[in-house]
Unconditional design. Structure first.
Length: 320
């Protein structure tokens, strides 16, 4: 595979690091790499603390190839073994190191700066933790980025930005938690999901229940704290609960909008949106068009599929 060839070429060349001296103020791109490298560490002096690296914010993606390192993060001590990808931001109270009783630590890394790089990294950490085990494609993308930035001449800012952004996007798509593998929803999460789906797919949807359903309400239904519920939900479903809740409401909205006799306002109210304007904005963020444009375009559903009894009044019409 091409990805393995690139990685093998990097490893054969031995440890190497490269700062990426792009003019940040000049380019002001939201995601840029600031450094890349490949290293093999067997020295106890290798230790980094996230509060002792200056005040300039940046993010680090560090993928273990062989051996092991250690990460202290928010009171937890986490082993970093082959296949583990560490995600941290600076400044932050964490530290990572190699210790003498372990095998030499071999890894690739990319450091990134820019407001969007930090936002995406923090989102990943918040949803999946500081250590993830991404699918092989993520390592291939990281290796390709490291190889390109190690080889002179340095790329232009646009190309460099695309390398860093592609890595972050790949991690978002390909990185479940290192310790939390996808599994069937545990009882509490399943109960919350059933409650949500029952409210959404009632005919008409249960507006009263949906108006009250947020992440905290789902956590209460599951009998868990919000933080514990969120971790379990992401483990089982692969998405943050707030993201999933909005996604499912928008999917149901699209189904209801296919019924041309139901007004946009009625659809919004039926899904627990008290403000139709807020509903329209949320819908546009999800689909890229307004509810009315979605309906009039005809490209999102089969216009020939209308309710069987066209003479009957749909239950949502009673809400207007």
């Amino acid at each position: 595979m091409k990805g393995n060839f690139v990685l093998n070429r990097i490893r054969t060349g031995g440890p190497a690091m490269q700062a990426v001296p792009l003019l940040r103020d000049r380019y002001a791109l939201p995601v840029l790499p600031s450094g890349v490298g490949y290293d093999r560490v067997a020295d106890e002096r290798y230790r980094w603390h996230g509060l002792e690296r200056g005040d300039t914010p940046f993010a680090i993606v560090q993928h273990t190839l062989a051996g092991e390192g250690w990460l202290r993060f928010e009171g937890r001590r986490l082993r970093l073994g082959p296949g583990d990808c560490m995600l941290v931001t600076v400044p932050h109270d964490h530290s990572y190191w190699w210790q003498a009783d372990g095998a030499p630590w071999e890894f690739l890394f990319m450091s990134l700066h820019g407001h969007e790089a930090l936002r995406l990294q923090r989102l990943l950490i918040g949803e999946r933790g500081p250590v993830v085990r991404p699918r092989p494609v993520a390592l291939e993308i990281l290796a390709a980025g490291v190889a390109r930035l190690l080889a002179p001449p340095l790329p232009d800012a646009g190309e460099a930005s695309s390398l860093a952004y592609r890595l972050l996007m790949t991690l978002h798509d390909a990185a479940p938690s290192a310790t939390d593998r996808p599994t069937a929803p545990p009882t509490g999460v399943a109960r919350a999901l059933e409650h949500l789906q029952a409210a959404l797919h009632a005919d008409p949807p249960d507006a009263a229940r949906l108006a009250e359903l947020d992440v905290s309400a789902l956590a209460r239904l599951a009998g868990l704290s919000r933080a514990h519920f969120t971790r379990r939900f992401v483990r089982a479903v692969g998405q943050a609960p707030g993201e999933y809740l909005l996604q499912e409401r928008m999917r149901r909205a699209a189904e209801l909008l296919a019924r041309r006799e139901v007004s946009v306002k009625a659809v919004a109210l039926s899904l627990g949106f008290h403000d139709p304007n807020y509903f329209a904005k949320a819908f546009r963020r999800s689909f890229g068009v307004s509810p009315r444009e979605f309906r009039s375009s005809g490209m999102y559903f089969d216009a020939r599929r209308q309710p069987a009894d066209t003479g009957s009044r749909h239950p949502l019409l009673n809400r207007e």
